[in-house]
Design a protein around this ligand. Structure first.
Ligand code: PHE
Length: 345
């Protein structure tokens, strides 16, 4: 009996300490250590159980029962506390990885077409609807297509070296899309009815000239093509591009590859002719060159000038975009500042 009391007192103390340690364990790792201390092979409770053999036989059942009950109780409490700690850990992990599903998503900006592309597409649409095909030619050209075949011989002032970017002897960046007139006539027999938009290059750079710029060329060759048809096509194009009220006029001009030649003006889209800063008071805006294909050009390329006539024109696409979208400086078109480009949505 005495022994039993001692064991019970010892057990009582161990049990109370265990309760305290379990409650104090604030992490699963701490709890694991508490579990080892009280229930493991070398634990105090197991040491008591091992003493069972030295307990008088009549006391053994009560002794064993007391220790086993304490052991079971500690095990239960540890498990209970473990669940509590697991839930606490789970909640804190959940809180740390919380995402706010009501937050607005990241907007990816939508791009817009460049004003030159917009003008280019509209120009193509208008001429396609008037029965023109679209032709293309290379930006890097030779003197034959850029000059000689266009009736511009070596001593001609238009071959002025200062304007043309030469890559090599007889290799240059085309100064005009008129090169495509020659390339098309080399390949196809009349009737021909094409436009050819593309890049051109000249050594000049200011508010109204860029070293790289864009033209749209047109060439129509057939039996009985007249200047009147040229005028009507251009008038129709200008009305569709800029509006019904915008008139056109031709000023006599000179180009080596057309005869007669003219420059095309349109009524100032801003002041409609009364005079403003856009048209510099003249009431008119320059759009490009035009004329009847020079018989010399036909002859050089092997088309019979007695049988066929033709007209050609070349308009500035950048100029058209500037007038259409009210862009004051050509350089804006090529700086690609997104604040500028965003306005063409
Ligand atoms: N190629 C000429 C230029 O660059 C424009 C033009 C084209 C004139 C076709 C007449 C006919 O200025």
């Amino acid at each position: 009996m005495i022994r039993d009391k001692i064991v019970t007192a010892e057990l009582e103390q161990i049990f109370r300490q265990a309760l305290q340690d379990i409650r104090d364990a604030s992490t699963l790792h701490d709890l694991q250590q508490v579990k080892a201390r009280y229930l493991g092979k070398k634990s105090l409770i197991m040491a008591l159980l091992r003493q069972l053999g030295s307990v008088p036989p009549e006391e053994r059942p009560a002794f064993g029962k007391a220790v086993n009950e304490a052991k079971q109780k500690v095990a239960d409490l540890i498990e209970e506390h473990q669940l509590l700690l697991q839930e606490k850990l789970y909640k804190s992990e959940l809180a740390a990885s919380q995402i706010d599903i009501t937050m607005p998503g990241k907007r990816s900006g939508k791009g817009s077409l460049h004003p030159i592309t917009l003008a280019w597409q509209e120009i193509e649409d208008i001429f396609l609807s008037m029965g023109f095909d679209i032709a293309e030619g290379p930006d890097i050209e030779d003197e034959f297509h850029n000059f000689d075949a266009l009736n511009t011989p070596a001593d001609h002032p238009a071959r002025n070296l200062s304007d043309t970017f030469y890559i090599d002897n007889d290799v240059l960046l085309r100064t005009q899309t008129s090169t495509v007139q020659i390339r098309v006539m080399e390949k196809f027999k009349p009737p021909i009815r094409i436009i050819s938009p593309g890049s051109c290059y000249r050594n000049e750079n200011d508010a109204s000239h860029s070293p790289m710029f864009h033209q749209v060329e047109a060439l129509v060759v057939d039996v009985g093509v007249t200047f009147l048809q040229l005028r009507d096509v251009l008038q129709e194009f200008v009305r569709r591009m800029f509006g019904e009220t915008i008139d056109t006029r031709f000023r006599p001009h000179y180009f080596p590859f057309t005869e007669p030649s003219a420059e095309l003006d349109i009524r100032c889209v801003k002041c409609l002719g009364t005079g403003c800063n856009l048209c510099k008071g003249s009431g008119w805006l320059e759009m490009g060159g035009a004329g009847m294909v020079d018989p010399n050009v036909f002859q050089m390329i092997g088309i019979d000038p007695e049988k066929f006539t033709g007209y050609a024109f070349g308009l500035g696409i950048d100029r058209i975009a500037m007038v259409k979208y009210n862009i004051p400086d050509m350089r804006l078109l090529f700086e690609n500042d997104v604040r500028f480009l965003k306005q063409f949505r």
